[in-house]
Design a protein around this ligand. Structure first.
Ligand code: CAA
Length: 259
């Protein structure tokens, strides 16, 4: 299936998703959101894909939700648009495979928000981050009020959101919004190397780690620890656990089967 605003490629064990609306700096209109939703479904169904990279075409990662689509919305339309964006980003967050955002440029509003729905953010030194919504008369609507404080703390998130200021990649790294900053030309290689390292580990274990961390940060430590014990136990029902431990004890390379 071909998409208008999204490029979907497979490279070995990786899926590369490029948001491709460069004339509008990859701004997210409803059509693009629906295409991303569809691509994530394809990725979920494909057992040969073990890690995912999301990036943007041209000079922007994603410059936000589409302002021209939003301008004339009424309250109900705004609510529906917010629900759509949140649904798609939550699908990324809940995808049972690791997702890396390779942030090549502007990650503003919905762009910062989609990067935060990913597991890990690698940024080009040219990238810029921010939640400019308050300056447009709206709140962040695709998860910014929820994920930014979870990532950088409440005080820093409030400062960024209330001021609508745009920060450079280095500052985003300093506050813990991104994992690493690299030279622009090294971005995709770094993201792919990281994705391949992850894809070399036991896929079911990585999936369960994602689930345990995502659940755990939303709950109290007793509930989180109980869930961790559950998934820890589940791992022992997999062939890959036997393979990983046997390979270690036999001092040989492991060969995981995603089983
Ligand atoms: N929506 C729609 N179109 C956008 C857009 C957006 N978010 N961001 C950029 N564009 C369009 C511009 O209108 C322009 O189109 P034309 O060529 O037809 O005029 C084109 O992309 C190129 O943009 P600029 O000429 O502005 O490029 P620049 O390099 O001078 O500036 C920028 C880059 C600083 C990122 C600037 O484009 C900008 O400030 N964009 C808006 C950023 C923003 O406010 N994002 C938040 C949106 S609200 C949101 O995301 C809500 C939510 O949480 C769901």
């Amino acid at each position: 299936m071909d998409f208008k605003n999204v490029i979907f490629e497979k490279e070995g064990k990786l899926a590369l998703i490029t948001i491709n609306r460069p004339k509008a700096l990859n701004a997210l209109n409803s059509e693009t959101l629906c295409e991303i939703d569809c691509v994530i479904d394809k990725v979920a169904e494909d057992d040969s894909i073990l890690a995912v990279i999301i990036t943007g075409a041209g000079k922007a990662f994603v410059a936000g939700a589409d302002i021209s689509e939003m301008r004339d919305l009424n309250a109900n339309g705004g609510r529906k648009f917010g629900i759509l964006g949140n649904k798609v980003f939550r699908k990324i967050e809940k995808l049972e495979k690791p997702v890396i955002a390779a942030v090549n440029g502007f990650a503003l509003g919905g762009g910062c928000e989609i990067s935060m729905a990913c597991d890990i953010r690698i940024a080009s030194s040219k990238a810029k981050f921010g939640q400019p919504e308050a300056g447009l008369g709206i709140t962040p609507g695709f998860g910014g009020t929820q994920r930014l404080p979870r990532l950088v703390g409440t005080g820093m998130a409030k400062e960024l959101i209330y001021t609508a200021k745009i920060i450079k990649a280095e500052e985003a790294f300093r506050i813990g919004l991104v994992n690493k900053v690299v030279e622009p030309e090294a971005l995709m290689d770094e993201a792919k190397a990281l994705a391949n390292t992850i894809a070399g580990n036991a896929p079911i274990a990585v999936k369960l780690c994602k689930e345990a961390i995502n659940r755990g940060v939303q709950t109290d430590i007793d509930t989180g620890a109980a869930y961790e014990s559950e998934v820890f136990g589940e791992c022992f029902a997999t062939e890959d656990q036997k393979e990983g431990m046997t390979a270690f004890l036999e001092k040989r390379d492991k060969s995981f089967k995603n089983k």
